[in-house]
Design a binder for this molecule. Sequence first.
Ligand SMILES: Cc1[nH+]cc(COP(=O)(O)O)c(CN[C@@H](CCC(=O)O)C(=O)O)c1O
Length: 306
Amino acid sequence: DEMDVDTIWMDGEFVDWDEAQIHVLTHGLHYGSGVFEGARCYDTAQGPAIFRWEEHLERLYQSAKPYEMEIDHTVEELTEATIELIRRQELPSCYIRPIAFYGYDSLGVSPRNCPTKTAIAVWPWGAYLGEEAIERGIDVMISSWRKHASSQIPTNAKTTGLYVNSMLAGEEARRNGYAEAIVLNKEGNVAEGPGENIFLVRDGEIYTPGLSESILDGITRDTVITLAEDLGYTVHDNVSISRGELNTADELFFTGSAAEVTPIRKVDNVVVGDGSRGPITEEVQSRFFEVVERETDEYDEWFTYV
Ligand SMILES: Cc1[nH+]cc(COP(=O)(O)O)c(CN[C@@H](CCC(=O)O)C(=O)O)c1O
């Protein structure tokens, strides 16, 4: 396979990449009834290590709950499978994609008769928004599509079906020449990106929308809050950020397992700060990479060594 990975784990078996097939009448394909995760294995000084794997796996099981989906594999089994999968493909670093979904039996909205299928794939994935983005930042636009409200669908569950909203917003941005979107919630306040959480810096203090703003409870968001506070910054992590505050911010940045820490330099062509990566963004970003690449032995509990 062009991504030089050739194996996928499916419900207890390691299968060839090209054999990792499902039926076209799979419930999850028709109704978005899947839950998934995105985690990174980093090539650290002590060898490949998965960042905050336990939290990602815990969120996978949590995400399944609102859908009464029973993932019939234990944490230990999924962890061993993932480690074995990475070892077999000799990947020093990679992106890890576990997914659980209602499979094939009979169609109709009710998944009652459908089995729950579980699969894990890994592949090399560089900077989510482009190599340049980490240093130079990206230009974003505020999408005309709002985020679904947490009263309409559990936004704290990483559900496959939710991502058509992310696709609509992200593609609208890219169609208009921007790298990514910012999505407002039903109330018109800032929620997050299509695949990222968002942080704002103003007068030396850091802000990020609270969990009631219809956002995903991001693990990188949690990591960055911890690192920023350890760097001595005040972080307001339960605020509502209005659209106008995006234009008066000194700095903005996205966080995510895929996005890592990506500075935002323009919003709808309005420059943020001086239009380049902000100093506090840079400090937090450097600390993030220092930690995930294990250039410090702090936060070792965040790593599952392969
Ligand atoms: C909507 C959304 N919000 C926030 C985040 C950040 O969460 P965390 O990874 O726990 O810090 C992600 C992760 N987006 C995943 C999927 C990206 C994709 O393209 O698919 C990811 O970053 O892996 C989201 O999808």
